[in-house]
Design a protein around this ligand. Structure first.
Ligand SMILES: N[C@@H](CCC(=O)N[C@@H](CS)C(=O)NCC(=O)O)C(=O)O
Length: 216
């Protein structure tokens, strides 16, 4: 199978980390969703977003949560990062959902400042997005105990929270500092030292792509 995306995209990165965690052989085609590659992406994903997983039979799977769900089906139940049934599945998916919503709002603000002329940025809206991002991350932080959401095991919730928090800190260092999310920070620092995270360090600018800048 082939992962299409870039490690600088947190949605792509959590899929790449999961592929490595499971030891699933794959290729990666590095593309960003803007610039010259946009037209090509539209042909395989109608909304031209990354990540996309190309299966061996040529089928394209989109949306990181859907891709992760597929990857889970490829490993035995006991190894799954999200169980196939039960309350634990719901809890992990809820944590991942809040983490995704928080980072979606952060990305919206990055896009607002990147694509809109600076005098046209609508500050009340970016402020509301920032509040939603901060509330989401603080909510996750409050549910972590000793860097875990449940007991001592690593689940998709820890992976997703760590990846999305790292992205937020990289793009909005001072904003994240003000959130005081020490548990998320400790989780991120721990997991960034593991092989799947080290092997997927967000890359610098990709040729023909657009890299979003950082903000306070
Ligand atoms: N809900 C999607 C979000 C994916 C997403 O927003 N990816 C960004 C890159 S980080 C993208 O492709 N943006 C292009 C665009 O919005 O046109 C997922 O979880 O896969």
């Amino acid at each position: 199978m082939k992962l299409i995306g870039a490690y600088s995209s947190p949605y792509t990165r959590r899929v790449a980390i999961t592929l490595r965690h499971y030891g699933i052989a794959h290729d990666i085609k590095k593309v960003t969703p803007f610039g010259d590659t946009k037209a090509w992406l539209r042909r395989i994903n109608p909304v031209a977003k990354i990540p996309i997983l190309e299966l061996d039979d040529g089928e394209f799977v989109t949306e990181s949560q859907v891709i992760l769900d597929h990857l889970d089906t490829l490993v035995p139940e006991g190894l799954r990062l999200t169980p196939s049934t039960g309350p634990q599945r719901r809890k992990i998916q809820n944590l991942c959902g809040i983490a995704a919503a928080a980072v979606d709002k952060l990305v919206s603000v990055l896009y607002e400042f990147h694509f809109r002329p600076i005098d046209k940025v609508y500050k009340p809206w970016t402020k509301m997005c920032d509040e939603q991002t901060a509330d989401g991350f603080k909510w996750l932080n409050a549910r972590l105990s000793d860097r875990r959401f449940f007991g001592s095991q690593i689940t998709q919730a820890e992976i997703t929270a760590a990846v999305f928090w790292q992205f937020a800190v990289e793009k909005r260092a001072r904003f994240c500092e003000r959130m005081n999310c020490s548990q998320l920070q400790a989780l991120s620092e721990e997991l960034e030292q593991t092989e799947p995270f080290l092997a997927t360090t967000p890359e610098g600018p990709i040729r023909d792509g657009i890299t979003l800048g950082t903000r306070d």
